[in-house]
Design a binder for this molecule. Structure first.
Ligand code: SF4
Length: 359
């Protein structure tokens, strides 16, 4: 697979406080010096608690926000500072699927108009062929061509998310950033939308950055996972490996937080204590030291660099080699998310059937 995206030292600072004259006197680093790569057709899961900077990362990659520092290379080109028509052209190749499908669709437009808009904006399909293309897009996401005449409020949450995906696909992108794309949906509908995304990705070869806080959901779709904490990436690993041998104490705690059906297993869990510190005034050294059960003095003073574990994982922790092995996830827990989704798939995903809507 060829390299599609290369992010180096990406940082985004927002103004947290300004003086009387409007000059910034305090900043908050939503994303702080992160680096990662993405291959064509690959899915990278970005996970972490609320406020860890994962959505900001997605928007930086799409150039919806300007980075404060660092670089973004897309398909071999440096896109960090591009503007104007070059940025407009780039937008065709990168698309965003939002968390709230209802808020992201104009309620006054029919689904047909919503899907036609990007085709017109980018001059992709001649006017005579647009209706045909809209019908094709609707069918790709399991909706019917006659739905083009409907308005967003006439659809369920899952159907609206399908429309959101169809709109993203309309411009034939190389990269989609799905920002908590299934978080607002019922668990049964989540499975449908996840499978739809997976199928479309396999068929069309689109790379995906899948942002979510639920590791069980990310596990179902991601090839690799990057774990974020307070604006930094603390661990990156292939999905299976991350679940088998989590190296960073924060990743271990996140995995422990996956619901466990057996009380014995529950006793072995490494639970997170305390709140996430304020990003306006992050702790010095390792940002996780205020909640880490393995913290030592060095952690409070020195920021851990990202280092390779030699087996395909990368981790930012001073003590990863010394830590006792994480308690293995119980068999049923280990696959709890996948099993739950598999059950739901069996029940709901055999079809991409659309609940009846009268014509
Ligand atoms: Fe914990 Fe120290 Fe590792 Fe940070 S560097 S995760 S505080 S052990």
């Amino acid at each position: 697979m060829s390299r599609l995206l290369e992010v180096n030292g990406l940082t985004k600072r927002f103004v947290a406080k300004a003086n009387w004259y409007g000059r910034p006197i305090r900043h908050v680093s939503a994303v702080d010096d992160i680096s990662f790569t993405l291959d064509a057709g690959e899915t990278l899961g970005l996970v972490g608690e609320s406020g860890c900077g994962k959505s900001t990362t997605g928007r930086l990659v799409l150039r919806l926000l300007d980075p404060s520092a660092g670089s973004i290379r897309y398909d071999g080109r440096d896109i960090t500072g591009i503007e104007g028509s070059a940025l407009r052209d780039l937008r065709r190749e990168m698309q965003l699927v939002f968390q709230d499908p209802y808020a992201s669709l104009n309620p006054r437009m029919t689904i047909g108009d919503i899907l036609t808009e990007p085709l017109m904006l980018h001059g992709l399909v001649p006017p005579a062929k647009r209706k045909e293309r809209v019908a094709e897009l609707l069918q790709m996401v399991g909706l019917a061509p006659f739905h083009a005449r409907r308005y967003p409020h006439e659809f369920s949450g899952g159907q609206r998310q399908r429309v959101g995906i169809a709109r993203a696909l309309a411009v034939e992108p190389n990269l989609i950033v799905a920002d908590e794309a299934v978080s607002a949906l019922d668990v049964s509908v989540q499975a449908q939308v996840l499978n739809l995304l997976k199928d479309l990705q396999a068929k069309l070869g689109i790379a995906l950055i899948f942002i979510a806080h639920d590791l069980a959901v990310v596990r179902h779709i991601a090839d690799r996972i990057a774990v974020m904490y307070l604006g930094r990436i603390v661990e990156v690993a292939p999905t299976r490996q991350l679940f088998a041998t989590p190296r960073h104490p924060y990743t271990r705690a996140l995995l422990s937080a996956i619901p466990v059906p057996q009380p014995r297993a529950a006793r072995q869990r490494e639970m997170l204590t305390g709140d996430v510190p304020s990003p306006i005034d992050p702790p010095p050294g390792c940002r996780f030291h205020t909640r880490c059960p393995f913290a030592i003095d060095r952690c409070r003073q020195e920021t851990p660099a990202m280092q390779s574990t030699g087996d395909g994982q990368e981790v930012a922790c001073h003590r990863w080699t010394e830590l006792p092995a994480a308690a293995p996830l119980p068999a049923t827990t280990d696959s709890a998310g996948a099993a739950r989704l598999a059950r739901l798939q069996a029940r709901f995903v055999q079809s991409t059937e659309v609940p009846p809507l009268s014509r």
